[in-house]
Design a protein around this ligand. Structure first.
Ligand code: ADP
Ligand code: MG
Length: 475
């Protein structure tokens, strides 16, 4: 069976693609902006530091704090905090060892000294107006994020400028979220559009599939409604043309079959009435020639002639019944009472021939549309054949079940069975193996069922028994 519809195949790849884009793109964008901004930020702060040194503000921390909205911390060469504009730090951050560790002073000092081969006096000069990137660290003090810029003053003292990063972090968050939101929006739009495109494609295909299924069920007089101006529309048009041709050739075939049947029937019919006709002719000629026959003999000959006329009449009636075009009187009704009605008519017959009856009707069979008289007649023909096949007694089993929009009635006997070479001819008019049979029973059964849109089939094993299955559409 098909596991993914065309629509899913269209929608899913697009969604996956956009899902990846929505996640990756904001991440890259935000990181890129943060990096660019960080560079600018560092250059700007470097400028401030230059100004602070040149103007001598380096000795006036409060002024610096006011002018640039930054915090200033100065540490001694033993890493203890000398002065700070940042107040209200929690206790553990006030412990000098901890604070020096947190500010990463030792590490920074080593790196700064490495720049001048350990000559402390030259470090400051090197740091000012330097084009190389200054040493910075991101730290958190008192629960707030800062970017720290370091200056190594002699002798071994640290001047630390702390720029608050809160706003930048908030801006980064806002950017990330808005990018993410936009991504979701785009994704929803893509999902909607691809769903619409998919549906646009699959709806006509679905109705085309339904149409072909109806055609497969034999409804050739229908046309496909798909009228799109694309390949699917062309396909539908081609299908319509095809079913029309199919219908025409089916009609032709039916016509040809009818003619063939009519030919066969007239041949059989001629054959059937020839025998009684020739015996009538002989009897007539005899009565003409012999005037001196006894009254009793005369009487008997006339009785024979009348019997033969009776036989011909029977054949003609049967044929007329068979050949007369009929209209079905279709009524929606339960099947079981119809079958049981026929079986109760047979009761005496069954007892007389010592035939046991088994009925197996599935519970909850739906009501179906059928012509009560015609179906009863057909069922009766089948049951009569079964009885005639069991002259020494046996078992007659009648069952009815529903399978795949069809109801199947099965009549099984434990009778003489049918020879294999007879099977293909059973349903032909006038085919009979009985001395007094007409050979019209099964032909009639077949016709009635086919008129109902159903069918009939026979399975048989010689000397074991026969099953006749009659199928009727339940929808
Ligand atoms: P008829 O009963 O007049 O012979 P049918 O058309 O009813 O005509 O049956 C045709 C032939 O099919 C029968 O003559 C018989 O040979 C065979 N037949 C039909 N039903 C059965 C059956 N249940 N068991 C054995 N033979 C059967
Ligand atoms: Mg019969």
């Amino acid at each position: 069976m098909r596991r993914y519809s065309i629509q899913t195949k269209i929608v899913l790849p697009f969604l996956l693609l956009f899902a990846v884009v929505t996640v990756v793109l904001p991440l890259i964008t935000v990181e890129f902006f943060a990096w660019k901004y960080g560079e600018q930020f560092t250059r700007e702060t470097q400028g401030w530091l230059d100004v602070i040194i040149e103007t001598g503000y380096i000795r006036n921390n409060e002024k610096v704090k006011q002018a640039y909205s930054v915090e200033v911390m100065i540490f001694g060469s033993d890493y203890t905090l000398n002065t700070s504009t940042l107040t209200g730090l929690p206790d553990e951050e006030q412990d000098w060892e901890n604070l020096a560790e947190k500010m990463r002073l030792r590490e920074v000092k080593q790196r700064l000294l490495a720049m001048t081969d350990g000559v402390e006096g030259q470090v400051l000069a090197l740091q000012i107006h330097s084009d190389s990137a200054p040493i910075t660290h991101d730290i958190t003090l008192g629960g707030r994020p800062y970017k720290v810029f370091y200056l190594l003053l002699s002798p071994g003292r640290f001047y630390c400028l702390l720029r608050p990063m809160e706003e930048i972090a908030a801006a980064k968050r806002t950017l990330a979220w808005s990018m993410f939101g936009m991504g979701i929006l785009v994704m929803a739009t893509v999902a909607l559009i691809s769903h619409l495109i998919g549906r646009n494609l699959t709806v006509p295909i679905k109705s085309l599939v339904e149409f072909t299924q109806r055609v497969a069920r034999g409804k050739l007089d229908e046309t496909c409604e798909v009228k799109t101006q694309d390949e699917i529309g062309e396909l539908a048009a081609a299908f319509n043309a095809m079913t029309q041709e199919l219908e025409q050739s089916r009609d032709k075939l039916i016509q040809a079959e009818r003619l063939a049947t009519a030919g066969k029937m007239s041949a059989s019919f001629a054959h059937e009435i020839r025998n009684p006709l020739s015996s009538m002719r002989m009897l007539g000629q005899m009565l003409m020639r012999k005037r001196d026959i006894s009254a009793e003999r005369h009487q008997q000959s006339v009785r024979y002639i009348l019997e033969e006329i009776e036989r011909i009449d029977g054949i003609v009636k049967g044929l007329m019944d068979f050949a007369r075009p009929t209209t079905l009187n279709l009524v929606k009704q339960p099947l079981m009472p119809a079958l049981q009605g026929v079986l109760s008519l047979m009761e005496a017959n069954l007892v007389h021939h010592q035939i046991g009856l088994v009925q197996r009707f599935a519970p909850g069979l739906p009501e179906i549309r059928f012509d009560l008289d015609k179906l009863k007649q057909a069922f009766m023909n089948v049951v009569l054949n079964a009885l005639e096949a069991m002259p020494q007694g046996g078992t007659l089993t009648v069952s009815a079940i529903e399978t795949e929009e069809k109801i199947c009635i099965k009549v099984t006997d434990t009778g003489v069975g049918i020879r294999e070479e007879d099977l293909p001819q059973l349903f032909e008019p006038f085919f009979t193996r009985k001395t007094k049979g007409t050979g019209l029973g099964l032909a009639n059964v077949k016709r009635v069922l086919e008129e109902h849109g159903g069918s009939v089939s026979v399975e048989s094993t010689l000397a074991e028994g026969t099953t006749v299955s009659m199928w009727l559409p339940s929808a």
